[in-house]
Design a protein around this ligand. Structure first.
Ligand SMILES: Nc1ncnc2c1ncn2[C@@H]1O[C@H](COP(=O)(O)OP(=O)(O)OP(=O)(O)O)[C@@H](O)[C@H]1O
Ligand SMILES: [Mg+2]
Length: 415
Protein backbone atom coordinates (compact mmCIF):
# COMPACT_ATOMS: atom_id res chain seq x y z
CA UNK A 1 0.00 0.00 0.00
CA UNK A 2 2.75 2.47 0.82
CA UNK A 3 4.98 1.86 -2.19
CA UNK A 4 6.21 5.14 -3.68
CA UNK A 5 5.05 5.54 -7.27
CA UNK A 6 7.92 5.67 -9.80
CA UNK A 7 9.11 9.22 -10.40
CA UNK A 8 7.86 9.18 -14.00
CA UNK A 9 4.39 8.56 -12.62
CA UNK A 10 2.24 11.61 -13.38
CA UNK A 11 0.67 11.22 -9.94
CA UNK A 12 3.91 11.78 -8.06
CA UNK A 13 3.44 14.82 -5.82
CA UNK A 14 5.31 17.73 -7.31
CA UNK A 15 6.44 19.01 -3.91
CA UNK A 16 8.43 15.88 -3.14
CA UNK A 17 6.53 15.04 0.05
CA UNK A 18 6.26 11.39 1.05
CA UNK A 19 3.16 9.78 -0.36
CA UNK A 20 2.06 8.59 3.07
CA UNK A 21 2.25 10.54 6.28
CA UNK A 22 5.04 9.20 8.50
CA UNK A 23 4.12 10.94 11.75
CA UNK A 24 1.30 8.62 12.78
CA UNK A 25 -1.41 10.83 11.37
CA UNK A 26 -3.42 9.41 8.48
CA UNK A 27 -3.86 10.37 4.84
CA UNK A 28 -7.42 10.54 3.50
CA UNK A 29 -7.77 10.10 -0.26
CA UNK A 30 -10.77 11.80 -1.84
CA UNK A 31 -12.01 10.84 -5.28
CA UNK A 32 -13.06 14.12 -6.86
CA UNK A 33 -11.84 17.66 -6.21
CA UNK A 34 -14.95 19.82 -6.12
CA UNK A 35 -16.02 22.21 -3.39
CA UNK A 36 -16.85 19.43 -0.94
CA UNK A 37 -13.28 18.11 -0.97
CA UNK A 38 -12.03 21.71 -0.77
CA UNK A 39 -14.05 22.40 2.37
CA UNK A 40 -12.54 19.30 4.03
CA UNK A 41 -9.13 20.98 3.98
CA UNK A 42 -9.49 23.44 6.91
CA UNK A 43 -10.63 20.74 9.38
CA UNK A 44 -7.99 18.35 7.98
CA UNK A 45 -5.36 20.92 8.91
CA UNK A 46 -6.75 21.07 12.45
CA UNK A 47 -6.73 17.29 12.74
CA UNK A 48 -3.24 17.12 11.21
CA UNK A 49 -4.66 14.82 8.59
CA UNK A 50 -3.27 15.00 5.07
CA UNK A 51 -5.69 15.01 2.17
CA UNK A 52 -4.92 13.70 -1.28
CA UNK A 53 -7.54 14.48 -3.91
CA UNK A 54 -7.96 12.88 -7.31
CA UNK A 55 -8.69 15.87 -9.52
CA UNK A 56 -9.99 15.90 -13.07
CA UNK A 57 -7.88 19.01 -13.77
CA UNK A 58 -5.29 21.06 -11.83
CA UNK A 59 -7.64 24.06 -11.55
CA UNK A 60 -10.47 22.19 -9.84
CA UNK A 61 -11.82 23.68 -6.64
CA UNK A 62 -10.03 21.38 -4.16
CA UNK A 63 -6.87 21.02 -6.25
CA UNK A 64 -6.31 24.76 -5.80
CA UNK A 65 -5.94 24.42 -2.01
CA UNK A 66 -4.71 20.85 -1.46
CA UNK A 67 -1.06 20.40 -2.48
CA UNK A 68 -1.36 16.68 -3.14
CA UNK A 69 -3.86 16.64 -5.99
CA UNK A 70 -2.96 13.99 -8.55
CA UNK A 71 -4.77 14.25 -11.85
CA UNK A 72 -7.01 11.42 -12.95
CA UNK A 73 -10.53 10.54 -13.81
CA UNK A 74 -13.03 9.06 -11.35
CA UNK A 75 -13.66 6.14 -13.70
CA UNK A 76 -9.96 5.31 -14.11
CA UNK A 77 -9.21 2.32 -11.88
CA UNK A 78 -5.44 2.75 -12.13
CA UNK A 79 -5.66 6.40 -11.10
CA UNK A 80 -7.76 5.55 -8.03
CA UNK A 81 -5.43 2.67 -7.21
CA UNK A 82 -2.53 5.11 -7.13
CA UNK A 83 -4.58 7.46 -4.93
CA UNK A 84 -5.35 4.51 -2.63
CA UNK A 85 -1.66 3.58 -2.45
CA UNK A 86 -0.89 6.89 -0.78
CA UNK A 87 -4.02 6.92 1.44
CA UNK A 88 -5.11 5.14 4.60
CA UNK A 89 -8.79 5.60 3.71
CA UNK A 90 -10.49 6.55 0.45
CA UNK A 91 -13.71 8.56 0.36
CA UNK A 92 -15.66 10.51 -2.26
CA UNK A 93 -16.53 14.06 -3.26
CA UNK A 94 -19.27 12.82 -5.62
CA UNK A 95 -21.11 9.62 -6.53
CA UNK A 96 -19.86 9.19 -10.07
CA UNK A 97 -17.45 6.27 -9.61
CA UNK A 98 -18.48 3.19 -11.63
CA UNK A 99 -19.51 0.05 -9.74
CA UNK A 100 -16.86 -2.15 -11.37
CA UNK A 101 -14.11 0.29 -10.31
CA UNK A 102 -15.41 0.25 -6.73
CA UNK A 103 -15.61 -3.55 -6.76
CA UNK A 104 -11.99 -3.84 -7.96
CA UNK A 105 -10.79 -1.47 -5.21
CA UNK A 106 -12.68 -3.47 -2.64
CA UNK A 107 -11.02 -6.66 -3.90
CA UNK A 108 -7.66 -4.88 -3.53
CA UNK A 109 -8.48 -4.40 0.15
CA UNK A 110 -8.74 -0.59 -0.06
CA UNK A 111 -10.52 0.92 2.94
CA UNK A 112 -13.48 2.65 1.21
CA UNK A 113 -15.91 4.83 3.16
CA UNK A 114 -18.75 4.72 2.41
CA UNK A 115 -18.47 1.12 1.24
CA UNK A 116 -19.64 0.30 -2.29
CA UNK A 117 -22.52 -1.73 -0.83
CA UNK A 118 -23.88 1.41 0.87
CA UNK A 119 -22.83 3.93 -1.79
CA UNK A 120 -24.92 2.12 -4.39
CA UNK A 121 -28.05 3.59 -2.85
CA UNK A 122 -26.77 7.13 -3.34
CA UNK A 123 -25.56 6.37 -6.87
CA UNK A 124 -28.65 4.79 -8.30
CA UNK A 125 -32.06 6.30 -7.57
CA UNK A 126 -33.90 3.15 -8.64
CA UNK A 127 -31.83 0.97 -6.28
CA UNK A 128 -32.45 3.56 -3.53
CA UNK A 129 -36.25 3.59 -4.06
CA UNK A 130 -36.39 -0.22 -4.18
CA UNK A 131 -34.37 -0.68 -0.98
CA UNK A 132 -36.07 2.09 1.04
CA UNK A 133 -39.49 0.76 0.01
CA UNK A 134 -38.50 -2.78 1.09
CA UNK A 135 -37.32 -1.39 4.42
CA UNK A 136 -40.56 0.55 4.94
CA UNK A 137 -39.14 4.09 4.74
CA UNK A 138 -41.85 6.35 3.27
CA UNK A 139 -41.20 7.35 -0.38
CA UNK A 140 -43.24 9.02 -3.12
CA UNK A 141 -45.13 6.55 -5.33
CA UNK A 142 -42.65 5.38 -7.97
CA UNK A 143 -42.04 2.92 -10.78
CA UNK A 144 -39.35 1.96 -13.27
CA UNK A 145 -40.30 2.92 -16.84
CA UNK A 146 -38.63 1.35 -19.89
CA UNK A 147 -41.04 2.54 -22.58
CA UNK A 148 -43.16 5.59 -23.33
CA UNK A 149 -46.17 3.39 -22.56
CA UNK A 150 -44.80 2.68 -19.05
CA UNK A 151 -44.51 6.42 -18.35
CA UNK A 152 -48.02 7.13 -19.66
CA UNK A 153 -49.47 4.21 -17.65
CA UNK A 154 -47.81 5.52 -14.49
CA UNK A 155 -49.15 9.05 -15.15
CA UNK A 156 -52.64 7.75 -15.80
CA UNK A 157 -52.64 5.77 -12.54
CA UNK A 158 -51.01 8.31 -10.18
CA UNK A 159 -52.08 11.51 -11.97
CA UNK A 160 -50.05 14.12 -13.87
CA UNK A 161 -47.57 15.71 -13.69
CA UNK A 162 -45.04 12.93 -13.36
CA UNK A 163 -41.43 13.45 -12.28
CA UNK A 164 -38.95 11.51 -14.43
CA UNK A 165 -35.43 10.94 -13.14
CA UNK A 166 -32.32 9.44 -14.63
CA UNK A 167 -31.20 6.81 -12.13
CA UNK A 168 -27.54 7.85 -12.22
CA UNK A 169 -25.43 10.85 -13.05
CA UNK A 170 -27.85 13.69 -12.17
CA UNK A 171 -27.06 16.62 -9.87
CA UNK A 172 -28.57 20.05 -9.17
CA UNK A 173 -31.81 18.94 -10.81
CA UNK A 174 -30.11 18.08 -14.12
CA UNK A 175 -31.41 14.52 -14.15
CA UNK A 176 -34.93 15.53 -13.12
CA UNK A 177 -37.74 16.36 -15.52
CA UNK A 178 -41.36 17.31 -14.86
CA UNK A 179 -43.74 15.79 -17.42
CA UNK A 180 -46.98 17.79 -17.32
CA UNK A 181 -49.13 15.34 -19.28
CA UNK A 182 -49.12 12.34 -21.62
CA UNK A 183 -48.52 14.60 -24.63
CA UNK A 184 -45.11 15.56 -23.13
CA UNK A 185 -43.95 11.95 -23.31
CA UNK A 186 -43.30 11.75 -27.01
CA UNK A 187 -41.40 8.91 -28.59
CA UNK A 188 -37.68 9.71 -28.51
CA UNK A 189 -37.95 12.82 -26.29
CA UNK A 190 -36.98 10.98 -23.11
CA UNK A 191 -34.13 9.20 -24.89
CA UNK A 192 -32.75 12.56 -26.04
CA UNK A 193 -33.05 13.95 -22.53
CA UNK A 194 -31.43 10.92 -20.86
CA UNK A 195 -28.57 11.06 -23.36
CA UNK A 196 -28.13 14.82 -22.82
CA UNK A 197 -27.82 14.40 -19.06
CA UNK A 198 -24.80 12.21 -19.66
CA UNK A 199 -24.21 8.96 -17.88
CA UNK A 200 -27.53 7.08 -18.10
CA UNK A 201 -28.49 5.02 -21.07
CA UNK A 202 -31.62 5.18 -23.20
CA UNK A 203 -35.14 4.86 -21.84
CA UNK A 204 -35.03 1.11 -22.50
CA UNK A 205 -32.43 0.79 -19.69
CA UNK A 206 -35.02 2.10 -17.26
CA UNK A 207 -35.71 5.52 -15.74
CA UNK A 208 -37.36 6.31 -12.43
CA UNK A 209 -40.81 7.86 -12.54
CA UNK A 210 -42.38 9.37 -9.43
CA UNK A 211 -45.58 11.10 -8.48
CA UNK A 212 -45.12 14.88 -8.31
CA UNK A 213 -45.27 15.29 -4.54
CA UNK A 214 -47.36 18.33 -3.48
CA UNK A 215 -44.89 19.13 -0.75
CA UNK A 216 -45.28 22.03 1.66
CA UNK A 217 -41.52 22.43 1.87
CA UNK A 218 -38.28 20.46 1.58
CA UNK A 219 -36.20 19.43 4.57
CA UNK A 220 -32.91 17.64 5.02
CA UNK A 221 -31.58 15.44 7.78
CA UNK A 222 -27.79 15.32 7.86
CA UNK A 223 -26.20 12.67 10.05
CA UNK A 224 -22.87 10.88 10.33
CA UNK A 225 -21.92 7.33 11.22
CA UNK A 226 -18.47 5.86 11.80
CA UNK A 227 -17.44 2.24 11.20
CA UNK A 228 -17.68 1.55 14.94
CA UNK A 229 -21.39 2.34 14.66
CA UNK A 230 -21.40 5.69 16.48
CA UNK A 231 -23.92 8.15 14.99
CA UNK A 232 -24.48 11.91 15.29
CA UNK A 233 -27.20 14.12 13.82
CA UNK A 234 -27.43 17.86 13.24
CA UNK A 235 -30.80 19.59 13.61
CA UNK A 236 -33.21 19.08 10.71
CA UNK A 237 -32.97 21.96 8.23
CA UNK A 238 -35.28 23.49 5.64
CA UNK A 239 -33.91 23.70 2.11
CA UNK A 240 -35.26 26.07 -0.51
CA UNK A 241 -34.74 25.17 -4.18
CA UNK A 242 -35.32 27.18 -7.35
CA UNK A 243 -35.23 25.39 -10.71
CA UNK A 244 -34.08 22.17 -9.00
CA UNK A 245 -31.06 23.85 -7.38
CA UNK A 246 -30.72 24.57 -3.67
CA UNK A 247 -30.58 28.32 -3.00
CA UNK A 248 -31.06 28.63 0.75
CA UNK A 249 -30.89 26.54 3.92
CA UNK A 250 -32.52 27.50 7.23
CA UNK A 251 -31.10 25.81 10.33
CA UNK A 252 -32.98 24.58 12.22
CA UNK A 253 -36.12 24.21 10.07
CA UNK A 254 -38.61 26.81 11.38
CA UNK A 255 -41.88 25.63 12.95
CA UNK A 256 -40.91 21.98 13.03
CA UNK A 257 -42.40 20.22 16.02
CA UNK A 258 -40.01 18.33 18.23
CA UNK A 259 -41.90 15.12 17.42
CA UNK A 260 -41.45 15.71 13.68
CA UNK A 261 -37.82 16.60 14.17
CA UNK A 262 -37.26 13.43 16.18
CA UNK A 263 -39.04 11.31 13.56
CA UNK A 264 -37.01 12.79 10.68
CA UNK A 265 -33.77 12.30 12.60
CA UNK A 266 -34.71 8.71 13.43
CA UNK A 267 -35.44 8.09 9.74
CA UNK A 268 -32.00 9.35 8.73
CA UNK A 269 -30.13 7.52 11.49
CA UNK A 270 -32.18 4.40 10.70
CA UNK A 271 -31.19 4.61 7.03
CA UNK A 272 -27.52 5.14 7.98
CA UNK A 273 -27.58 2.11 10.26
CA UNK A 274 -29.60 -0.18 8.01
CA UNK A 275 -27.57 0.56 4.89
CA UNK A 276 -24.29 0.56 6.85
CA UNK A 277 -23.34 4.07 5.75
CA UNK A 278 -19.98 5.38 6.93
CA UNK A 279 -19.25 9.11 6.70
CA UNK A 280 -21.85 11.83 6.33
CA UNK A 281 -25.32 10.91 5.06
CA UNK A 282 -27.83 13.53 3.91
CA UNK A 283 -31.45 12.48 3.57
CA UNK A 284 -33.54 14.90 1.52
CA UNK A 285 -37.17 14.94 2.64
CA UNK A 286 -40.50 16.30 1.40
CA UNK A 287 -42.90 17.61 4.04
CA UNK A 288 -46.48 16.84 3.04
CA UNK A 289 -49.86 17.31 4.68
CA UNK A 290 -50.85 13.92 6.05
CA UNK A 291 -54.15 12.78 7.56
CA UNK A 292 -52.79 13.34 11.08
CA UNK A 293 -50.61 16.40 10.42
CA UNK A 294 -47.31 16.79 8.62
CA UNK A 295 -45.73 13.65 7.14
CA UNK A 296 -42.30 13.13 5.57
CA UNK A 297 -41.27 11.30 2.40
CA UNK A 298 -37.68 10.53 1.45
CA UNK A 299 -36.57 12.24 -1.76
CA UNK A 300 -32.98 11.09 -2.10
CA UNK A 301 -29.76 10.20 -0.30
CA UNK A 302 -26.24 11.61 -0.51
CA UNK A 303 -23.34 9.83 1.20
CA UNK A 304 -20.87 12.67 1.58
CA UNK A 305 -21.03 16.23 2.89
CA UNK A 306 -24.06 17.88 1.33
CA UNK A 307 -25.19 21.38 0.44
CA UNK A 308 -27.82 21.24 3.18
CA UNK A 309 -24.98 20.87 5.73
CA UNK A 310 -22.80 23.81 4.67
CA UNK A 311 -24.33 25.91 7.46
CA UNK A 312 -22.49 23.70 9.99
CA UNK A 313 -19.11 25.28 9.18
CA UNK A 314 -20.14 28.48 10.93
CA UNK A 315 -23.29 27.39 12.75
CA UNK A 316 -22.42 24.16 14.59
CA UNK A 317 -19.74 23.00 17.01
CA UNK A 318 -18.54 20.41 14.48
CA UNK A 319 -18.88 21.01 10.75
CA UNK A 320 -20.05 18.29 8.40
CA UNK A 321 -16.62 18.37 6.73
CA UNK A 322 -14.75 17.68 9.96
CA UNK A 323 -17.35 15.07 10.87
CA UNK A 324 -16.94 13.31 7.53
CA UNK A 325 -13.18 13.05 8.12
CA UNK A 326 -13.71 11.86 11.69
CA UNK A 327 -16.27 9.31 10.53
CA UNK A 328 -14.24 7.81 7.68
CA UNK A 329 -11.20 7.59 9.99
CA UNK A 330 -13.33 5.93 12.70
CA UNK A 331 -12.51 8.73 15.13
CA UNK A 332 -15.04 9.75 17.81
CA UNK A 333 -17.71 12.00 16.27
CA UNK A 334 -17.96 15.65 17.30
CA UNK A 335 -20.83 17.56 18.88
CA UNK A 336 -23.51 18.63 16.40
CA UNK A 337 -24.87 21.38 18.70
CA UNK A 338 -25.78 24.62 16.91
CA UNK A 339 -23.76 27.66 17.96
CA UNK A 340 -26.66 30.08 17.45
CA UNK A 341 -30.41 30.08 17.54
CA UNK A 342 -30.59 30.40 13.74
CA UNK A 343 -28.14 29.96 10.91
CA UNK A 344 -29.01 30.87 7.32
CA UNK A 345 -26.92 29.71 4.38
CA UNK A 346 -27.43 31.08 0.87
CA UNK A 347 -25.73 29.59 -2.16
CA UNK A 348 -23.86 31.95 -4.41
CA UNK A 349 -24.70 31.19 -8.02
CA UNK A 350 -22.58 32.59 -10.80
CA UNK A 351 -23.77 35.63 -12.76
CA UNK A 352 -22.38 37.38 -15.80
CA UNK A 353 -19.53 39.15 -14.03
CA UNK A 354 -16.53 37.02 -13.10
CA UNK A 355 -14.65 39.71 -11.17
CA UNK A 356 -15.91 38.96 -7.67
CA UNK A 357 -13.16 40.58 -5.66
CA UNK A 358 -14.48 44.18 -5.64
CA UNK A 359 -17.92 42.89 -4.61
CA UNK A 360 -16.37 40.75 -1.90
CA UNK A 361 -14.50 43.76 -0.54
CA UNK A 362 -17.74 45.77 -0.34
CA UNK A 363 -19.71 42.96 1.30
CA UNK A 364 -17.05 42.37 3.95
CA UNK A 365 -17.18 46.06 4.81
CA UNK A 366 -21.00 46.17 4.89
CA UNK A 367 -21.62 43.12 7.07
CA UNK A 368 -18.82 42.25 9.46
CA UNK A 369 -20.54 39.09 10.69
CA UNK A 370 -21.11 37.67 7.22
CA UNK A 371 -19.18 34.47 6.56
CA UNK A 372 -18.19 34.03 2.91
CA UNK A 373 -17.03 30.75 1.38
CA UNK A 374 -15.95 30.91 -2.24
CA UNK A 375 -14.96 27.78 -4.10
CA UNK A 376 -12.33 29.12 -6.50
CA UNK A 377 -14.48 28.05 -9.45
CA UNK A 378 -14.72 29.80 -12.76
CA UNK A 379 -17.87 31.90 -12.79
CA UNK A 380 -20.58 30.61 -15.10
CA UNK A 381 -24.20 31.76 -14.98
CA UNK A 382 -26.17 29.57 -12.58
CA UNK A 383 -23.13 27.58 -11.37
CA UNK A 384 -22.68 27.12 -7.60
CA UNK A 385 -19.52 29.11 -6.92
CA UNK A 386 -19.77 29.62 -3.16
CA UNK A 387 -22.04 30.18 -0.21
CA UNK A 388 -22.53 32.72 2.54
CA UNK A 389 -23.66 32.15 6.11
CA UNK A 390 -25.05 34.36 8.86
CA UNK A 391 -25.97 33.35 12.41
CA UNK A 392 -28.15 35.11 14.98
CA UNK A 393 -31.55 35.46 16.64
CA UNK A 394 -33.72 37.18 14.02
CA UNK A 395 -34.50 34.71 11.24
CA UNK A 396 -36.15 37.20 8.86
CA UNK A 397 -33.22 39.60 9.16
CA UNK A 398 -30.69 36.80 8.65
CA UNK A 399 -32.49 35.67 5.50
CA UNK A 400 -32.42 39.19 4.12
CA UNK A 401 -28.69 39.57 4.85
CA UNK A 402 -27.74 36.21 3.38
CA UNK A 403 -29.86 36.69 0.26
CA UNK A 404 -28.52 40.19 -0.27
CA UNK A 405 -24.90 39.03 -0.04
CA UNK A 406 -25.51 36.10 -2.41
CA UNK A 407 -27.32 38.38 -4.87
CA UNK A 408 -24.48 40.91 -4.82
CA UNK A 409 -21.93 38.19 -5.53
CA UNK A 410 -24.13 37.05 -8.37
CA UNK A 411 -24.11 40.56 -9.74
CA UNK A 412 -27.89 40.90 -9.32
CA UNK A 413 -28.20 43.06 -6.19
CA UNK A 414 -31.66 44.43 -6.94
CA UNK A 415 -33.57 41.22 -7.59
N1 LIG B 1 -41.20 13.39 -6.79
C1 LIG B 1 -41.03 14.70 -6.76
N2 LIG B 1 -42.08 15.53 -6.61
C2 LIG B 1 -41.94 16.88 -6.60
N3 LIG B 1 -40.75 17.50 -6.75
C3 LIG B 1 -39.66 16.76 -6.90
C4 LIG B 1 -39.73 15.31 -6.91
N4 LIG B 1 -38.48 14.84 -7.05
C5 LIG B 1 -37.66 15.90 -7.14
N5 LIG B 1 -38.36 17.06 -7.05
C6 LIG B 1 -37.79 18.43 -7.07
O1 LIG B 1 -36.60 18.43 -7.83
C7 LIG B 1 -35.46 18.72 -6.99
C8 LIG B 1 -34.26 17.93 -7.45
O2 LIG B 1 -34.57 16.52 -7.36
P1 LIG B 1 -33.48 15.47 -6.84
O3 LIG B 1 -33.06 15.86 -5.49
O4 LIG B 1 -34.02 14.10 -7.01
O5 LIG B 1 -32.38 15.70 -7.95
P2 LIG B 1 -30.83 15.87 -7.97
O6 LIG B 1 -30.48 16.52 -9.24
O7 LIG B 1 -30.22 14.57 -7.67
O8 LIG B 1 -30.58 16.87 -6.82
P3 LIG B 1 -29.30 17.24 -6.02
O9 LIG B 1 -28.99 18.62 -6.43
O10 LIG B 1 -29.82 17.18 -4.62
O11 LIG B 1 -28.25 16.25 -6.34
C9 LIG B 1 -35.93 18.39 -5.58
O12 LIG B 1 -35.19 19.08 -4.61
C10 LIG B 1 -37.39 18.85 -5.66
O13 LIG B 1 -37.50 20.25 -5.55
MG1 LIG C 1 -31.63 16.45 -4.37
Amino acid sequence: MSQAPPSSDPLTPSNGRPERSTDGFPVVGIVGAGQLARMCQPPAVGLSTTLSVLAGAPDESAALVIPDAPIGSADDLDAIRRLAARSDVVTFDHEHVPGDVLAALERDGVSLHPTPAALRFAQDKIAMRRRLTELGFPCPRWAVARTVGDVVDFGESTGWPVIAKTPRGGYDGKGVRRLPDAAAVQEGALDDWAAAVGEPGPLADGILVEEAVPFVRELAAVVARNPSGETAAWPIVETVQADGICTEVLAPAPDLSSAASRAATETAVGIAETLGVTGVLAVELFEVVGDDGPAYLVNELAMRPHNSGHWTIDGAVTSQFEQHLRAVLDLPLGSTEPRSRWTVMANVLGGEDDDLYPVLRRLLADDRALRVHLYGKQVRPGRKIGHVTVCGDDLAQLRTRARRAADHLRGAPDR
